[in-house]
Design a binder for this molecule. Structure first.
Ligand code: PLP
Length: 440
């Protein structure tokens, strides 16, 4: 008898066996078709089976797949660092490669602490963040994450970092509306820094649009301007976690561009390899690198596979594909089309409380009572059943609500590959409508 097992996310759950993928569709071993409206975990940004990426992968594998970064640099790594720097803010000229979003945010945390140490300030070691945030599963990243469900088991091992409310306008804790609210949630950062003492705080980290634990919670227009001003005033670095929002997901290379706010450090992941390879990066501003370059000259971080030529070549091919097919400039228009369709659906289903998000990162929050915004009881497992009904109708959506956080409502995200066509978006909406009808 076979006594070896693959540990799956839910150990005794039945998962379909994937066979292959083409474009926005996936096919399991029984021939069932799924429209990938979640790009996996908001990762497969250019869809599945793209020949140009397969070719780039093969070409690089024929030359060399791996070298250790303390022995060699490589052309793909050098080119990718330059390319990414050219696509982001002018100051973000330094690029540190890792293999996952968690490693990227963990590295950002360490660099922010090291920055202050190199300047001779040894007390700035905390990284503040927000509730309803997710920055990764490793202990440093989880310490900065306000995702109660993912933290619970490891609380004794975590630093007590997250402190302020998210800009969750749909359920504003102050019961106010922007901009009349005066951005009270952002100003909580100011209060918190005063309480803790800025001499203890290295940085503040935030997802520009909250994904995994918020289902595309999008802040009001001047929120990040207020945050950046507070960080500057208290001499605290601002880290933008663009692991989910980066690489065009919201219609610009980085989501922060849309608020005109330049972070000191940015993290990237997911769409960077678009699911074709594990790769992520921490981008660092010139002024943050300066004391390190003139000080210890080394960043205490990195992993065996960091900057391996294979992954870097794949990521370069992904960027080339995005550029050649002018995919990012189309995201805004596609996102508006999809959002308009979702808002149309909302009129027919009273349990759709909120539709939010930007570009092709959209969230749907479900409620028991539309007027009172009353969440469903957790025991009903609405997010989970929505996902399974959708799967039955050949649609993949992402469990991303506060429901997955066990705190507020249930929600899912709709975030298809960025090169989805308008016809495919109509197919997506059709499958979603069937899902919602079955839930009713
Ligand atoms: N940061 C954000 C904003 C994320 O959404 C995620 C994953 O969902 C991570 C970090 C962690 O990335 P990874 O799962 O690649 O470690």
């Amino acid at each position: 008898m076979d006594r070896t097992y693959l540990i799956k996310p839910v150990i005794d759950a039945e998962y379909p066996m994937i066979d292959y993928g083409k474009g926005v569709y996936l096919y399991d071993s029984e021939g069932k078709e799924y429209l990938d409206a979640s790009s996996g975990a908001i990762t497969a940004n250019i869809g599945h089976g793209v020949q140009e990426i397969i070719d780039a992968m093969t070409e690089q594998a024929k030359r060399v797949s791996f070298v250790y970064r303390s022995q060699f640099t490589s052309e793909p790594a050098e080119k990718l660092a330059k390319k990414i720097a050219s696509l982001s803010f002018p100051e973000l000229n330094w690029c540190f490669f890792v293999n996952s979003g968690s490693e990227a945010t963990e590295t950002a945390m360490k660099i922010s602490i090291q920055y202050w140490q190199e300047k001779g300030v040894m007390t700035k070691t905390k990284v503040l963040s927000r509730w309803m945030s997710y920055h990764g599963i490793t202990l440093g990243a989880l310490s900065m994450s306000g995702h109660t469900g993912r933290r619970a088991r490891f609380i004794p091992l975590l630093e007590d970092f997250p402190v302020i409310q998210p800009p969750y306008c749909y359920r504003c804790p102050y019961n106010k509306e922007a901009p009349e609210c005066g951005y009270l949630c952002a100003n909580e950062l100011d209060n918190m820094i005063r309480r803790i003492g800025s001499e203890h705080i290295a940085a503040f980290i935030a997802e520009p649009i909250i994904g995994a634990s918020g289902a595309a919670i999008t802040p009001p227009q001047d929120y990040y301007k207020v945050i950046k001003e507070i960080c500057e005033r208290h001499q605290i670095l601002f880290i933008a976690d663009e692991v989910m929002t980066g690489f065009g997901r919201t219609g610009t290379m980085l989501a922060c561009e849309q608020w005109g706010v330049e972070p000191d450090i940015v993290t990237l992941g997911k769409g960077m390899g678009a699911g074709y390879t594990p790769i992520a990066a921490t981008l660092v501003g010139d002024h943050v690198m300066e004391p390190i370059v003139s000080g210890s000259k080394t960043i205490m971080g990195g992993h065996t596979l960091s900057a391996n030529p294979q992954a870097c070549a794949v990521s370069l091919a992904v960027i080339e594909y995005l550029e050649k097919n002018k995919i990012i400039p189309e995201v805004k228009k596609k996102g508006e089309y999809l959002k308009a369709k979702l808002l149309q659906l909302q009129k027919s289903f009273s349990f759709i409380g909120d539709i939010r998000g930007r570009g092709l990162m959209l969230g749907i929050e479900f409620v028991q009572n539309f007027v009172e915004k009353k969440p469903f009881p957790r025991a009903m497992k609405v997010t989970e059943s929505m996902i399974s009904i959708a799967q039955h109708h050949g649609l993949l959506v992402y469990p991303a609500g506060a429901g997955s956080d066990g705190v507020n409502g249930d929600a899912v995200m709709i975030a298809p590959p960025l090169n989805i066509t308008f016809k495919e978006m109509d197919d997506l909406i059709q499958r979603l409508q069937e899902t919602l009808q079955q839930f009713t």
